[in-house]
Ligand binder design. Sequence first.
Ligand code: 5AD
Ligand code: SF4
Length: 455
Amino acid sequence: MTSNQNSFHIQTFGCQMNERDSETLAGMLSEMGYVATTDKKAASVAIINTCSVRENADLRFFGTLGQLKKIKEVRPDFVVCICGCMMQQQHIIDTVKSKYPWVDLIFGTHNIHAFPGLLQNVRDERIKQVAILENGGEIVEGLPAKREHKHKAFVNIMYGCDNFCTYCIVPFTRGRERSRKPEEILKEVRNLVADGVKEITLLGQNVNSYHGIADPVPSQTTDDDTNREVDFADLIHLLDEVEGLERIRFMTSHPKDLSEKLIEAYSSCGKLHPYIHLPVQSGSDRILARMNRKYTAKYYLDLVNRLKATVPNLCITTDIIVGFPGETEEDFEETLNLCHQVQFDSAFTFIYSIRKGTPAENYGDQVPEEVKHARFNRLVEVINHYAAEKNHACVGRVVSVLVDGSSKTDETMLTGRTEEFKLVDFPDGGQKAGDIVNVEITQGKTFSLRGIESR
Ligand code: 5AD
Ligand code: SF4
């Protein structure tokens, strides 16, 4: 087997935050003269960007790492790098060191900027490297990025999380909350738009607690930070002014921090469309308290009602965990009840997964696996019922669709997203990724819509 000296392959697990980090890694590698390849067997450098949010992500990572070992056995110069959330956990590092000693480079979520130097060391000196920082310091701006799409882009607005939901590993792997400066975000968005981007998705573990400090204005004498504080709604207003940008999305929102000002922004900012992803996690107050979510089911329902009252045709999606420790049949029924009341457009549903180092790991009353699975199936049935109902209700409407490209399952069809972020397939009439077209909806299915272009 021959290897292309300067090619790389990145495999990304997990959330949009990781996808965005992988774009940075790809940008750095491109600047170093490497080219991307989809064939990891032929790559000179392979990177696995890991996720640790649930156990199955861990298991998939170790499976993938096993595959790389086979390549390394044939081609010892093949460089294997692993990074991302799993690497911020000492027990994972220990496992990798003892069971996978052939891995060349391990780095974490806080030192992506150091990657080019670390890689160069590995290649020049032929030594293995482990470089993990415990916590994130200053945000490093100006890193290159090789973007996945030309017409839509993820934009980080903040890093880390301070919420410590008791099931969640993220505050331990991504560190404390840090917000980017509004000027840096605006600069990035303006550059993206100049390159053809129509839609941006603002990323943060809890965008509602974004707290940026704008640069001082030279003509103003005060250097008091409070005069220059930019909250999340302010940031949306600033971005709404960016000429050429069509759509602003964001994720994820913590219900406890969603402000009236943000609800108002849906009315006053034309680029903020009627869509919100608002994780509820549970419909039981007892479980919400044990999860440390800091709101009640009633608070969540009131919030949804206020949003629905302000934003016509609002599409709401959520995250729900079933089988959190101590969840009784009554608690679970309260979750179902909340779903009946909200009628989500869709939901990501998860079976609770124990995460080492989180408070809930030590809760004694873990729910048996078979109970968790049975509840999961009942929940999915309710979620799918409303998803199909909501999609059926779209039939006959003409919607504006941002084209993503050819459908993966049928090459005669194009696929794209409505302003409400619903997936639509429609016959390919020659439109390109990034075009915005009007589509009349002819069919509503559980997970997507079908339509025809409306001229
Ligand atoms: N088990 C199951 N689901 C989890 N999530 C986070 N941690 C866990 C866990 N330990 C889910 C939450 C979160 C989403 C990204 O992942 O619902 O909103
Ligand atoms: Fe995890 Fe909660 Fe932070 Fe979301 S808000 S990343 S669920 S700790």
